[in-house]
Design a protein around this ligand. Structure first.
Ligand SMILES: *Cc1c(COP(=O)(O)O)cnc(C)c1O
Length: 478
């Protein structure tokens, strides 16, 4: 090894010489000198390592073109955006790990304008003095929910935090044991309450909580009553929960505010679109809630945000809480949110104008004919390495909404029969993830499944199938 290494290394030209190659020069004009130098250095190191491992005696030959191609590939790989579009064929429409709601072009345009031009973010164009950033969306939110006032923070976790931190510091808030939920991504009601500086008073039992449980928990230490929408699970069987109007009446009898954390705050009744009912902020406020909190990027179909709507005096107190400054949203969020909220003023067109709703209400025959259209292309891309079939599926709304209500859907299943079935399914999933626009499906019982409900860019999906590389993922290996 010792006598082979040094001579092999000598065959590689110096970094300085390589950087003077014309072809490297064109990489420099594309990527800039620092990145190209780094890539060339890494390539040289890799070559040296390969040479000292191999028994190559022809190491005196150095292939410049090959070196440049390797540098170019390395640079392309390293400068590829980390945050990239993917195909969400998981069957979960609002997939938290895939970015939840997709927004309409109007929202994207509004964000681009807000990013590239000065905007009246906190500037009152009438009076010419300081304005309030939340005013841009407050008029829409109050119109759509019937609330007196509204404000916006970074996400619903922040909204719950700000509401409790403002209305119940160092005091108690009774919450039913059946509502002490955890939402994916480490949002736990008890933890948020603790961090908000208020004391959780657990009442009732997991399956049954009665009005008398709330009534007997109320003391001079109580600051508010709170109801949490159990959005990502359902308690079934011998159950009891207290209806919102009763809780509101009890809270108001004791002069306490009633807070409702809705989670997914759809602003219109989903039943009108043939979907399961989901309580709206307006429902909660009409039932007597003083404050309601909900997400911007769940069913509402907008950017990540936490919306708080309710009584003007309580909202004003939250606005003055110094934590509001730490939780405030930026102009991009406001621009996107305003554009999305505006779409709600025309519920007739919402089904088409709001991508989330469009996916959720996509007619089954549409998805089925898409599956029939795509099946031959998928089978062709797989060759005889795997079998494909059209399968009936159930899509989920996702992000904690309506966990027990599934929507009939359709998709393509890919499997490799035989002993290697489950390993092969995982390899097929990996091959689809390795496509230029990664395709994310799910693996169930040794089958890779693509739910087509959310497939909108069909042409792009088909065209990139030619890059499907099953060999690289070991599908064909024994
Ligand atoms: C989703 C959810 C939250 C958290 O909302 P984020 O916007 O993800 O922070 C809080 N409460 C309920 C009931 C939820 O469903």
């Amino acid at each position: 090894m010792l006598n082979r290494g040094p001579s092999a290394r000598r065959a590689i030209p110096s970094l300085d010489r390589l950087l003077r190659l014309d072809a490297i020069g064109s990489l420099v004009s594309r990527y800039g000198r620092p990145l190209v130098t780094e890539a060339a250095r890494a390539e040289i190191t890799a070559l040296r390592a390969a040479l000292s491992r191999s028994n190559a005696h022809d190491s005196s030959h150095f292939d410049e073109a090959l070196f440049v191609r390797a540098c170019a590939a390395r640079l392309a790989q390293e400068t590829r955006p980390s945050l990239r579009p993917v195909f969400n064929l998981t069957g979960t429409v609002l997939h938290t790990n895939l970015g939840r709601a997709l927004m309409p072009q109007e929202a994207a345009d509004a964000v681009a304008r807000a990013m590239t031009r000065p905007v009246n973010l906190e500037f009152d164009l009438g009076g010419g003095d300081r304005g309030e950033r939340d005013r841009h969306i407050e008029r829409w939110l109050t119109k759509l929910t019937g609330a007196e006032a509204a404000l916006v923070v970074n996400n619903n976790a922040a909204a719950v935090y700000l509401a409790l931190n403002t209305l119940a510091p160092r005091k108690e808030v009774p919450v039913s044991r059946g509502e002490l939920i955890e939402i994916g991504g480490a949002f736990r009601i008890p933890d948020i309450m603790a961090r908000a500086g208020c004391r959780l008073r657990e009442i009732g039992t997991t399956n049954r909580t009665h009005l008398r449980d709330y009534a007997s928990a109320i003391s001079p230490r109580t600051a508010a009553l709170m109801k949490v929408h159990t959005s990502n699970y359902a308690i079934q069987g011998f159950t009891a929960a207290v209806a919102e109007p009763d809780l509101a009446a009890l809270a108001h009898k004791h002069g306490l505010p009633f807070i409702v954390d809705l989670g997914s705050g759809m602003l219109v009744d989903l039943e009108e679109y043939g979907l399961p009912h989901e309580p709206t902020p307006r429902d909660a406020l009409e039932a007597g809630a003083d404050v309601v909190t909900f997400s911007g990027d769940k069913l509402l179909g907008g950017p990540q945000a936490g919306l708080i709507a309710g009584r003007a005096e309580l909202i004003e107190r939250m606005r003055r809480n110094p934590m509001k400054r730490a939780l405030r949203v930026d102009k991009m969020t406001l621009a996107a949110l305003e554009a999305v909220l505006k779409l709600y003023s025309d519920p007739q067109r919402l089904r088409n104008s709001l991508p989330t709703l469009r996916s959720l209400t996509r007619p089954l025959p549409d998805i089925e004919s898409q599956a029939r259209r795509l099946l031959p292309a998928v089978q062709a891309a797989l060759g005889d390495a795997a079998d494909t079939a059209i399968v009936e599926l159930k899509s989920q709304i996702g992000s904690g909404s309506l966990p027990v209500d599934l929507i009939a859907s359709c998709g393509i299943a890919v499997s490799v029969p035989g002993k290697r079935r489950s390993a092969a399914a995982a390899e097929i999933a990996a091959a689809f993830r390795a496509l230029p626009v990664p395709v994310i499906g799910r693996v169930r019982e040794g089958t890779f499944i693509m739910d087509l409900r959310c497939l909108e860019h069909e042409q792009e999906f088909v065209e990139q199938l030619k890059h499907l590389d099953l060999e690289a993922k070991g599908v064909n290996s024994e």
